[in-house]
Design a protein around this ligand. Structure first.
Ligand code: SAH
Length: 243
């Protein structure tokens, strides 16, 4: 069954309203008719089987047939702190990371960041990135759309650590711990922030600062992964460990 996300305020007690691009998809692409059923999620975890009752160019309405109790989310909420990579890599990270169950993405710039986000274009870019996450969440049958937080500087990022149960910084140089040491310390409901460096990696000073702020430095295995691969490794490992 096709799945769509709506804003929580469009998800009422007995019915839902769908507006925007999804209307076109339901009416024109899927050529749906009243009486047909779809799945609608409010993006915060409510999921319902919905029977279409009204179709127009601007609005689709449907009655909630039943609320569904689907378990699709990783038991721990994993936020990927991603050092801003070049152009389309971020889109790839968002799409695949959403499929693999990331709870949120937190882009940041650091010493070796190559792309600098242009403040004027930032809004548009974030909007596009959010759309990618939404579509990936629909296709992965997620109950939530991962949050995309606004990009911050490394210094600002360090101040966010206290909001998470645990923080890890992925660092490829020897001497740190392993992801497999951190995961067993967590249990269902906990939150984990994992920092992934941009293409050029983290400087030693940045790793030191992260550790000082409470992060554990972890290896993701003996091979050097590209920045866009590292988060996939982390999310797969979390799924393997907890699911
Ligand atoms: N320092 C290298 C590699 C950077 S890889 C260079 O200068 O080219 C980009 C990021 O992916 C790293 O900052 C790190 O966060 C993560 N990463 C890649 N492979 C890793 C590994 N084997 N262990 C831990 N982190 C890794």
């Amino acid at each position: 069954m096709q799945r769509y996300f709506v804003d929580p305020e469009q998800f009422h007690e007995r019915e839902v309203e769908i507006t925007g691009d999804d209307v076109h998809h339901i009416v024109k692409v899927m050529r749906s008719e009243t009486g047909e059923e779809i799945i609608v999620c409010d993006g915060t975890g409510r999921v319902a089987r919905v029977r279409l009752s009204e179709l127009s160019k601007e609005l689709v309405r449907g009655e909630i047939v039943e609320l569904l109790d689907e378990q699709r989310e990783l038991p721990i909420r994993v936020t990927i702190g991603q050092g801003l990579p070049k152009a389309d890599k971020m889109e790839w990270i968002l799409q695949k990371g959403t499929e693999l169950g990331a709870y949120a993405f937190f882009p940041f710039s650091s010493e070796r960041t190559i792309v600098k986000l242009d403040e004027k274009k930032e809004g548009k870019k974030l909007e596009r990135w959010r759309k990618i996450a939404k579509e990936a969440a629909e296709q992965a049958h997620r109950a939530i759309v991962p949050q995309l937080l606004s990009p911050v500087s490394y210094k600002q990022l360090l101040k966010e650590f206290e909001k998470y149960t645990a923080v890890a910084i992925a660092y490829e140089k020897e001497g740190g711990g392993k992801l497999s040491d951190v995961l067993p310390t967590l249990s269902a409901g906990d939150s984990l922030l994992v920092l992934i460096g941009p293409e050029g990696g983290f400087s030693e000073e940045e790793v030191r600062l992260a550790e000082q702020a409470g992060a554990k430095s972890v290896s993701l295995g003996p091979r050097i992964l590209r920045t866009e691969t590292a988060s996939q490794y982390v999310l797969s490992a979390v799924s393997y460990h907890f699911e």
